[in-house]
Design a protein around this ligand. Structure first.
Ligand SMILES: [Fe+2]
Ligand SMILES: [Fe+2]
Length: 372
């Protein structure tokens, strides 16, 4: 299913609810998606022709870590408070008499903190599996040897991320959620697309850009040392992944026509909306016995301060889109859309082309250990 109609209203609740009904086979263990790309061989084996990708590949080989042995799994976790910010209960807006959650007391907010944490971890796992499949696809479809080498290291990284989050969830949380329909629709569309650069744009720039911001946010507010270290390590990998996207797309976008760039802008905005709508957490409200549709409407109509977390998720995506020229290409179509969903304020934040050096927690810990 591709939702192709133009966006007349970014807060169209009918549309959001329609997509929400899309994931009906939640009991099936297999989900097949048609992959329309050709697998590409290259006979040009000149390593280092793309120096920045080559550097990233060498870095990736050095900064590998082991989910089973590099974290202390003996740490006891209280999943109700592990993510401190969630445990603070409902804000004023959600306690107002007209709020669908008006009747929530401390017990309900405590349960919500737990369910929301479990939901987030589940969506990370599903998103990480999406990244695993997408990077395996990039190994096949990208025509440059330096990019094939690098993408192969990312396949290993993503396997580790699925592994490490699943271990945390099953051992420390104990509740899970099926893939969110907005996320699944996005992952399906990325894999479906026959153009190899769209895999990069959808996964490396959008999904991973959002993940990097979300992990950073959670890492900052986590009270559990195991969660904190796990996220630091995952982030050091993710920063390379986003850099891989920025560095590769910069080259290919240089030669594109205005019409081709416009298609990339539209794809970017569709992806942005699906990711925003995923964080409406419809499944959590449903599990908590709160009517979903009025809650979605209530959240979308909230004042700006209730949307800060959602907006923060775009703090890596928007500067990266600017660096790639997508923000202002043509008539600045994407800039206007990002203004509508209130995320344009991040345009001059640090982009992720080089940030991976400073986020390499794995290398930093090893240097510290070697220095004694
Ligand atoms: Fe990942
Ligand atoms: Fe990644």
């Amino acid at each position: 299913m591709t939702v192709a109609e133009p966006f007349n209203d970014v807060n169209d609740v009918d549309r959001i609810m329609e997509i929400s009904a899309y994931n009906t086979d939640v009991t099936s263990l297999i989900h097949a998606v048609a992959d329309n790309s050709d697998a590409i061989f290259t006979w040009n084996y000149d390593k280092g022709e793309r120096a920045k990708l080559d550097k990233l590949y060498e870095k990736a080989k050095k900064s590998q870590w082991n989910a089973q042995t590099d974290l202390d799994w003996s740490i006891e976790v209280d999943p109700y408070t592990a993510l401190g910010v969630l445990a603070e209960g409902g804000t004023e807006y959600f306690q107002a008499p007209e709020a669908p959650t008006a009747k929530f007391g401390d017990a309900e907010w405590r349960e919500f903190a737990y369910q929301s944490f479990a939901w987030r971890m589940s969506q990370f796992i599903h998103g990480e599996q999406g990244a695993l499949l997408c990077t395996a696809k990039i190994v096949e479809t990208v025509p440059w040897i330096d990019a094939k080498y690098y993408a192969a290291t990312q396949v290993v990284d993503e396997a580790r991320h699925v592994e490490v989050f699943t271990k945390y969830q099953s051992e420390k949380i104990g509740t899970d959620y099926p893939v969110n329909p907005h996320l699944r629709l996005l992952l399906d569309d990325i894999i479906n697309d026959s153009r190899w650069d769209m895999t990069y744009l959808g996964m490396q720039i959008m999904v991973e850009g959002l993940a990097l911001a979300a992990f950073g946010f959670m890492q900052q507010f986590a009270d559990d040392p195991l969660l904190k270290k796990m996220l630091r390590y995952v982030m050091s990998d993710e920063a390379r992944h986003v850099a891989f996207g920025v560095l590769s797309l910069q080259e290919i976008y240089q030669d594109m026509t205005a019409a081709e760039i416009r298609e990339r802008q539209e794809f970017t905005f569709e992806a942005a909306l699906r990711m925003r709508d995923r964080f409406l957490q419809q499944e959590v409200w449903d599990r908590m016995g709160v009517p979903v549709r009025p809650t979605v409407e209530y959240i979308l109509n909230g004042p700006p301060e209730t949307k800060q977390f959602q907006a923060m998720l775009f703090s890596k995506i928007v500067p990266n889109c600017k660096k790639l020229g997508l923000l202002d290409a043509g008539d600045g179509w994407l800039r206007k859309r990002f203004e509508e969903i209130e995320v344009i304020q991040f345009e001059d934040w640090v982009d992720t082309g080089e940030e991976y050096e400073s986020l390499d927690a794995v290398a930093a810990d090893r240097e510290a250990a070697a220095a004694g």
